[in-house]
Design a protein around this ligand. Structure first.
Ligand code: AHG
Ligand code: MN
Ligand code: MN
Length: 347
C-alpha cells in the first residue's frame, strides 16, 4: 500500500524531510501547538457552561480588556511550550515583555522562538462566535545557548519559518504553513485527532467579499473610502458582499476559502491601525502569500516591514491578490506620507 497522510501526526512525519538539516524540532513544536490548541478548544467549547465568561477586570499592556479566556489560552500555550522545552523565547499579545525560556540545564538550547495572539477575536466569546489563536515561528538570530534578545523577535516577517492559526468554530481547525503551501486540519473531538481536511489551500485570485468595520467609515483615509465605493458599485461582478465577523482569524479563513479581502486601515480612532504586526499581521500575511494571496499595509508588503517594537500596529490589507491590488491602486492616489500624517491631523 502507498502512504497517504491522513492525520496531522502522519503529515508532519511525511514532511519532516522537506527541511534541510532538520532536527525534528520544528515538527515537535507544531505538535506541541496542536496539543495546546486541543486544550484551549476544550475550554472554549464549554465557555457557556462554566464561570469563565466575561472580563477579569484587568487590562493588557495595550489598555484593552483582558477576557478570562484570553488569559487562559495564553497560559496554556506558554506552559505547554515551556514544559516541552521546545522554544527559547515567547512573545505574546497578552504579555508586556517577551519571555526567555531556559532548559533544565539552565541553558537556552532551542533554536526557535514563537510569537502569538493566544485568543483572537476575544470580544466575540460572550456571544458564541468563532475565535482563534495565531502563531508565528522564527529561528533566533542570537547565539544558541544564550538568553534570547529583543532582536530575535524584531525580525521581518519574511524570516518566518512557519506560521498558522487555529480557528475554534463550528469545527476546530489548525491551518499552517512551513513554507511549502498551506494545509488545514480539522479536529475530530471524539478522539482528539486533527485530520488533513484541506490540503494545499489556495486563495482564489479574485473574490466577491470585502471585510472591514464600516462603522468607522467617516474616520478612514480617502483611499479606503474610494475603494469601498468601488466595492459597492453596481457592475457585472459587483457590488461585493460585505462580511465582517470581528475575529481576524474567522474573517481571514472565510476569505481564503471563498475569495475576498480583509481591511483594517488606519483611522482617526486608530492612527496606526489596530492589528499587531508581530502577532497578527505577519503570520496571516505569511499564510496568505503561501496560499497565493497578498498582504500589504496599503502601500508596502507586510512581510518586509522591519519591526521596531513588540506590540507595533500596522494597517492591514489582506486577501485575494487581485482585490488587494485594486485596493492598493486606490490608496496610491493618496501619497503614503499623507496617509500616515492625514489621520492624526483630522482629529
Ligand atoms: P484580539 O481579540 O486579539 O484583541 O483581536 C481583535 C482584532 C481582530 O481579531 C478583529 O478583526 C479586530 O480586532 C476587530 O476590531 P474592531 O472591533 O475594531 O472592528
Ligand atoms: Mn487578535
Ligand atoms: Mn488576542
Amino acid at each position: 500500500m502507498t502512504r497517504k497522510p491522513n492525520t496531522l501526526g502522519e503529515f508532519i512525519i511525511g514532511n519532516q524531510n522537506d527541511f534541510k538539516y532538520s532536527s525534528g524540532e520544528l515538527s515537535r513544536l507544531i505538535n506541541s501547538i496542536s496539543l495546546a490548541a486541543k486544550v484551549v478548544n476544550h475550554e472554549v467549547n464549554k465557555a457557556g457552561l462554566v464561570d469563565i465568561l466575561g472580563s477579569i477586570g484587568d487590562t493588557n499592556i495595550q489598555g484593552e480588556d483582558q477576557q478570562k479566556l484570553d488569559v487562559y489560552a495564553n497560559e496554556v500555550f506558554m506552559q505547554t511550550l515551556i514544559n516541552r522545552e521546545i522554544v527559547c523565547g515567547i512573545a505574546s499579545e497578552e504579555e508586556d515583555e517577551f519571555v526567555k525560556i531556559e532548559g533544565r540545564n539552565k541553558s537556552h538550547d532551542n533554536k526557535y522562538i514563537l510569537l502569538m495572539d493566544p485568543l483572537d477575536g476575544s470580544s466575540n466569546i460572550d456571544v458564541n462566535v468563532s475565535v482563534g489563536t495565531i502563531f508565528s515561528i522564527y529561528r533566533r538570530v542570537t547565539p544558541i545557548g544564550t538568553p534570547v534578545e529583543k532582536e530575535d523577535f524584531l525580525q521581518p516577517g519574511t524570516q518566518q519559518v512557519a506560521a498558522g492559526y487555529v480557528i475554534y468554530g463550528t469545527s476546530t481547525m489548525l491551518v499552517y504553513s512551513t513554507g511549502n503551501g498551506v494545509n488545514g486540519f480539522t479536529l475530530n473531538p471524539a478522539i482528539g485527532v486533527f485530520y488533513l481536511s484541506h490540503p494545499y489551500m489556495k486563495y482564489p485570485n479574485n473574490g466577491g467579499i470585502y471585510s472591514i468595520n464600516e462603522g468607522y467609515y467617516s474616520h478612514f483615509p480617502q483611499g479606503v473610502k474610494d475603494y469601498l465605493k468601488f466595492c459597492q458599485e453596481e457592475t457585472e461582478d459587483r457590488p461585493y458582499k460585505g462580511r465582517y465577523i470581528g475575529s481576524l482569524v474567522s474573517d481571514f479563513h472565510r476569505n481564503m476559502i471563498k475569495g475576498g479581502i480583509y481591511i483594517y486601515p488606519t483611522s482617526s480612532k486608530a492612527p496606526e491601525g489596530k492589528l499587531r504586526l508581530l502577532y497578527e499581521c505577519n503570520p496571516m500575511a505569511y499564510i496568505a502569500e503561501q496560499a497565493g494571496g497578498k498582504a500589504t499595509d496599503g502601500y508596502n508588503r507586510i512581510l518586509e516591514i522591519k519591526p521596531t517594537h513588540l506590540h507595533q500596529r500596522v494597517p492591514f490589507f489582506c486577501g485575494s491578490a487581485k482585490m488587494v491590488e485594486d485596493a492598493e491602486h486606490f490608496m496610491a492616489k493618496y501619497p503614503e506620507d499623507a496617509f500616515y500624517k492625514e489621520v492624526p491631523k483630522t482629529f
